[in-house]
Design a protein around this ligand. Structure first.
Ligand code: NAD
Ligand code: 2HG
Length: 390
């Protein structure tokens, strides 16, 4: 099978696939796409593509709605780069509290004569403040935000978190000393530092809006290592200019942010560590291989996860809409070909569902018949067959 890759994917992931016989970027239709930040919205995704996997957390660069309608699962690698983002967010917090960059520039500019005398006499301009005792507001307490919140406690900060959609797994990881805000407004009013760790979705467009910026303390700093359009950058620049915000640190370049001493921009490097790139690429490669060889869905963002041991001779994976009587229709088709269902897993995720059927016999005629008859069920989006490897 041929996997088309975009961006610099760690060799850990690429080798995992190559060792299992996958071709990478061969001159033939792609069975799957493995990518990082490449924008797929403007690209035509061919019908040969069975799955798309994002080595990373955010998947707003992928046209998920269109792919769901086509029965193509999209995967991400949750948590794979969370530690990297956490560490850079802590660096951003320190840079927001201490004039580190200006001080480094100053130290490099003091040349000739009695350097230590001039350094000591002028360093007063590079005094900062401490994080200890200050309040950090963390918006989004998922893989990244929960780590940032716990680490900030270890820096002796007070931490307030806001995440109305918190899932149970992540909730367990959050230190009990993190206070929970039920309204984001409470957090914004109380925090000396606000850091945002939420996905970009239509609903989160400009989540940090002009109105929300107006609630923040004038001496507060805002950190955005999530996505560009989660913050209204023009409103942030205006707030800085008008003295309603002290500093803005972001991982995303934007024309309105340049040449501003109160802004620190990094070039989308939150997840750019060797460890994070290796972990994310390995997770992506393993999840892709699991799907392409056994139909298991692990960390799918648009279909429900089903991850069961492949113990039968064959499996049939059926992507379909989440409507009544699908299982009845599907099992009727299997029965009409005299095929006994050994196991059947079915799960739904909002409007879409996935059914994985285990069978022990399947000849070419039955396979062609199943494909045709299942495809005739209106709400079936895609069907794939898997054979146990010898
Ligand atoms: N700068 C980078 O290189 C980099 C690296 C990794 C992730 N990210 C970005 O950070 C985002 C978060 O990453 P993650 O791994 O923590 O994701 P995650 O899915 O583990 O957590 C996101 C959390 O945000 C919460 N959330 C969603 N909308 C919210 C809202 N309006 N208010 C409060 N909470 C909300 C969700 O309930 C979830 O708990 C990613 O979607 C990605 O865009 C950037
Ligand atoms: O791949 C990258 O470099 C960025 C990853 C990051 O934006 C993510 O959402 O995981």
């Amino acid at each position: 099978m041929n996997v088309k890759t975009y961006n610099a994917i760690s060799p850990k992931g690429l080798n995992y696939l190559a060792e299992r016989g996958y071709q990478l970027n061969a001159d033939q239709p792609a069975d799957a796409i493995l990518l990082r930040s490449q924008d797929l919205h403007s690209e035509t995704i061919s019908d040969s593509v069975k799955a798309i996997v994002r080595a990373g957390a955010g998947f707003n660069n992928i046209p998920v709605d269109e792919l769901s309608q086509r029965g193509i699962p999209v995967f991400n690698t949750p948590g794979g780069n969370a530690n990297a983002v956490k560490e850079l967010t802590i660096a951003a917090l320190i840079m927001a509290a201490r004039p580190v960059i200006g001080a480094i520039d100053f130290a490099n500019s003091v040349r000739g004569g009695d350097v230590s005398l001039r350094t000591e006499s002028d360093k007063g301009g590079y005094r900062g403040t401490e994080l200890a005792g200050k309040t950090l507001g963390v918006i989004g307490l998922g893989n990244v935000g929960s780590k940032v919140a716990n680490t900030a406690l270890a820096l002796d900060m007070k931490v307030i978190g806001y995440d109305p959609g918190l899932n149970a797994n992540t909730a367990w990881r959050i230190d009990r000393h993190v206070q929970h805000a039920s309204q984001v407004e409470t957090l914004l009013q109380a925090a000396d530092y606000v850091t945002v760790h939420i996905p970009y979705t239509e609903g989160n467009h400009f989540f940090i809006s002009r109105d929300k910026l107006a609630l923040m303390k004038p001496e507060a700093a805002l950190i955005n290592y999530s996505r560009n359009d989660i913050v209204d950058n023009q409103a942030a620049v205006d707030a800085l200019k008008e003295g309603h915000l002290r500093r803005y640190l972001t991982d995303f370049s934007d024309d309105v942010l340049y040449d501003n001493d109160q802004v620190i921009i990094t070039p989308h490097i939150g997840g750019s560590t060797i460890e994070a790139e290796e972990t994310s690429a390995s997770m992506a490669a393993q999840q892709l291989d699991a799907f392409l060889t056994s139909g298991n869905l692990i960390h799918s963002v648009n279909f429900p996860d089903i991850n069961e041991p492949f113990t039968s001779q064959y499996r049939v994976g059926i992507f379909h809409e989440n409507v009544p009587n699908m299982l009845g229709q599907i099992s009727q088709v299997f029965g009409s070909f005299g095929l006994n269902i050994e196991e059947l897993s079915n799960r739904a995720n909002k409007q879409y569902a996935y059914t994985l059927v285990a069978i022990n016999e399947l000849d070419d005629q039955q396979e062609a018949g199943l494909l045709s008859r299942l495809g005739q069920i209106n709400q079936v989006l895609k069907v794939h067959f898997y054979q146990q490897s010898k």
